[in-house]
Design a protein around this ligand. Structure first.
Ligand code: SAH
Length: 459
């Protein structure tokens, strides 16, 4: 028998249903006769009419046609390009509801995957002003009627759509991107074409220090140099207030990766500076730096609180990046060891330690799951370990080393609640108990959710 014949809905059918859940991509979930349908743009609690577009064996996708009963949490997305862009999947929901959804996602993952129901999960800490929070813009450049356009790729494609403003971007970044487009076009710079591999300017990257106002512009080009460079530099430096650094990065490869290998400062300094709390950071064209500096301070503040430092502790910061958390913790610890896999990030971390006159930190390049067992074998014992792994979570060898080392506390900073839940369960099996989890909204209007968890050794 054809299985499709058993499905309670058919393709192109119009159905009505209650939206009962939201996926981690921000899509509404409903059921028709027990069959799951995913409905983009629909909000839990709404009753909607939708058209079935695509069917799989156990679920299908439907397009929202009409909202029969609207959620009180529905708002008009303030961004005019919201639907085309797709970067802010939650803009049609009130900010308070976005935060509740994020808390729910963390709770759900911890319960379902980690079987953790004893930890206190706090409501997500949101921003007072959840707009204009990003300090970095990375804009692909294209051409239209002789001029340069730049903005974003239309959702699910590589067609560049021009954009004047992105409401989650610092105003300065928007302003600078507009200026660069105009000035670059006026000196005859062409835009790179993905299909032909011809043309010069690929991306404009702008970084701003929120606390210092310093600006860096990076032009990513498909070539070794800029034509009429002096004229370009002259005009850019004259028209951009606060510009401290102008950089060219060469990327001649046919790739989606933004940056190429070669980076050259063509005017000004190689770094701009910014602060998180009291700590100063040098930011280069290529260095990783948290994109929401306001919430980063909130996140690290929570990590510091959960670390419970008194000044006498030895701390390990695993997956330390450019040492942001390490330096934050070093203010209150005896000694901090940081480990990170990217060598350039460790050079930045060392530079940042010197910049702040901090001598109680030591950084190593390598895989956390190799370096930490080695430190352990050398007799290093941490009282507190902080981990901040990428989305895939911690390597199991690392977790086993922590279980053997028995730090008094573990602070787990996570950008993915499902791997967080999996790893917490492993640590709980090894004698730890998850005490509290604090989700922090680092990326308002997007589906991302960051959390900090505090674990302590069972008595
Ligand atoms: N704690 C930093 C960065 C966290 S992002 C901050 O808050 O800014 C995660 C980091 O883990 C990245 O810098 C990535 O390069 C690094 N990383 C990925 N796999 C790793 C591994 N196996 N060992 C050590 N570091 C790793």
């Amino acid at each position: 028998m054809n299985e499709k014949m058993l499905l309670p809905v058919t393709k192109n059918q119009e159905v009505e249903m209650e939206i009962i859940d939201l996926t981690h991509e921000g899509t509404g979930v409903g059921r028709v006769d027990g069959f799951t349908l995913f409905v983009p743009q629909a909000i839990p609690g709404e009753y909607v009419k939708a058209k079935v577009l695509k069917l799989k064996k156990n679920f299908g996708y439907a397009k929202l046609l009409e909202i029969i009963r609207e959620s009180p949490e529905r708002v008009q997305p303030p961004c005019p390009i919201y639907e085309k862009c797709g970067g802010c999947a939650l803009q049609h929901m009130s900010y308070a509801q976005q935060l509740r959804q994020k808390t729910g996602m963390v709770e759900d993952n911890l319960r379902r995957i980690g079987k953790i129901d004893h930890a206190v999960i706090h409501p997500t800490l949101g921003m007072e002003e959840p707009w204009r929070y990003r300090n970095k813009a990375q804009v692909p450049i294209g051409e239209q009627e002789g001029g340069l356009i730049g903005g974003f790729y239309a959702q699910g494609s590589h067609q560049i759509i021009d954009m004047e403003a992105c409401l989650i971007q610092h105003e300065k970044n928007d302003e600078v991107v507009q200026k660069v487009k105009k000035i670059a076009a006026s000196v005859g710079i062409s835009a790179y074409h993905e299909e032909t591999g011809k043309g010069l300017l690929r991306h404009v990257v702008v970084k701003v220090g929120f606390k210092t106002g310093q600006l860096m512009v990076v032009l990513v080009i498909n070539g070794d140099q800029l034509p009429r460079q002096d004229e370009l530099v002259n005009q850019l430096t004259k028209s951009i207030d606060g510009l401290k650094s102008l950089v060219v990065n060469v990327n001649k490869k046919n790739t989606n990766v933004i940056f190429g290998e070669k980076t050259e400062v063509i005017w000004g300094e190689p770094y701009i500076y910014d602060y998180i709390g009291e700590i100063q950071f040098a930011i280069s064209a290529r260095s990783f730096y948290q994109v929401n500096p306001v919430q980063t301070e909130v996140l690290y503040g929570k990590a510091l609180e959960y670390a419970g430092l008194t000044g006498s502790e030895t701390v390990i910061d695993a997956y330390c990046g450019i040492g942001t958390i390490s330096l934050f913790l070093a203010q209150k610890a005896r000694k901090v060891y940081g480990v990170e896999i990217v060598p350039d990030a460790i050079s930045d971390a060392k530079r940042n330690a010197r910049l702040n006159g901090m001598e109680n930190v030591e950084f190593a390049v390598g895989e956390a799951e190799k370096v930490i067992p080695w430190w352990y074998a050398q007799g290093i014992r941490a009282d507190v370990v902080v981990v901040d792994p990428p989305r895939k979570g911690c390597d199991e060898t690392l977790l086993e080393t922590l279980i053997a080392m028995k730090p008094r506390r573990i602070v787990y900073v996570s950008c993915n609640p499902s791997t967080l839940a999996r790893d917490l369960a492993i640590l709980e099996g090894g004698g730890y108990v998850t005490r509290e989890v604090q989700p922090v909204d680092m990326f308002p209007h997007t589906v991302h959710v960051e959390s900090v968890a505090w674990l302590s050794l069972k008595e």
